[in-house]
Design a protein around this ligand. Structure first.
Ligand SMILES: NC(=O)c1ccc[n+]([C@@H]2O[C@H](COP(=O)([O-])OP(=O)(O)OC[C@H]3O[C@@H](n4cnc5c(N)ncnc54)[C@H](OP(=O)(O)O)[C@@H]3O)[C@@H](O)[C@H]2O)c1
Length: 238
């Protein structure tokens, strides 16, 4: 996908954090963007801020756990822009607790958003992305390959997402659809109730993940980095 100007990307969870950072970078490359989030006001506010230097951003409130809502997002995208080239399945939540304290609702939300939500986003977008010979990128995590205490729900969701994305890649690669999962370590964001300012000096910044997405989209069509681990170059204690 060498010419990105005018191409259309749908970013789930684009209201803040990594999704917002990706949106900023894709807009700078001249792409037209759709961002989603759960709350209409927050989604519109983020779109307003993203467009202060120009560019086209369509804000749509949709919970990724609701398949019909994701179908409506894709329909609205095609109605507005006429095409959909790139899906960034980014929306995610983090609940971290020992298994004895993890609640049923926390488990359901984590699996529902981080795993089933990505399935919904892909399923709703796939026909349009196939038509465009486009690109699907999921945001997994290093927690999708390394397990840790208090991580039962999050690890399960991200290990699942890593496996889902790799199998999806095999399903659609011969349809000229590229699929990559990015597995970040610590990124400055609102994730898990953190503030973006916490550990800002050593964490990855959202725009760095945005730059990585641009690099993938610019990659020669014959080459596919299908699974990428990315971590801060130094640890918090160094
Ligand atoms: N930050 C890290 O250190 C880190 C590391 C590895 C992987 N990740 C992954 O990166 C992705 C983005 O996280 P982040 O760090 O940017 O966190 P964040 O700042 O909390 O942003 C999360 C985004 O997901 C959206 N979202 C949450 N639940 C949703 C739902 N049910 N439906 C639609 N949108 C929903 C939020 O939108 P609203 O709140 O407006 O609904 C927000 O835009 C997640 O998948 C996370 O697991 C993060």
């Amino acid at each position: 996908m060498n010419q990105l100007n005018g191409k259309v990307a749908l970013i789930t969870g684009g209201t803040k954090g990594i999704g917002y950072g990706i949106a900023e970078q894709l807009l700078k490359a001249g792409m037209r963007i759709v961002i989603t989030g759960r709350d209409k006001d927050q989604t519109y506010k983020a779109a307003y801020e993203l467009t202060h230097e120009g560019g086209k951003v369509l804000p749509l409130a949709a919970d990724v756990r609701d398949y019909a809502a994701m179908e409506a997002v894709v329909k609205e995208t095609i109605k507005t822009y006429g095409q959909l080239d790139v899906l960034i399945a980014n929306a995610g939540v983090g609940h971290f607790a020992p298994i004895s304290e993890l609640t049923i609702d926390q488990w359901k939300e984590t699996i529902g958003v981080n795993l089933t939500g990505v399935f919904h986003s892909v399923k709703a977008s796939l026909a349009a992305i196939k038509k465009a010979k486009g690109y699907i990128i999921t945001i997994s995590s290093l927690a999708g390959t390394n397990f840790f205490a208090k991580g039962t729900a999050y690890n399960a969701s991200k290990f699942g997402l890593t496996g889902f994305t790799q199998a999806l890649m095999l399903d659609v690669r011969n349809d000229d659809v590229k699929v990559t999962t990015i597995m970040p370590g610590s990124v400055s964001s609102h994730f898990g109730g953190r503030s973006p300012e916490d550990g800002k000096d050593w964490r990855i910044q959202p725009e760095d993940i945005g730059q990585m997405v641009l690099d993938l989209l610019h990659m020669n069509p014959r080459t596919l980095p299908s699974k990428i681990e990315v971590r801060p170059s130094k640890t918090s204690s160094s």
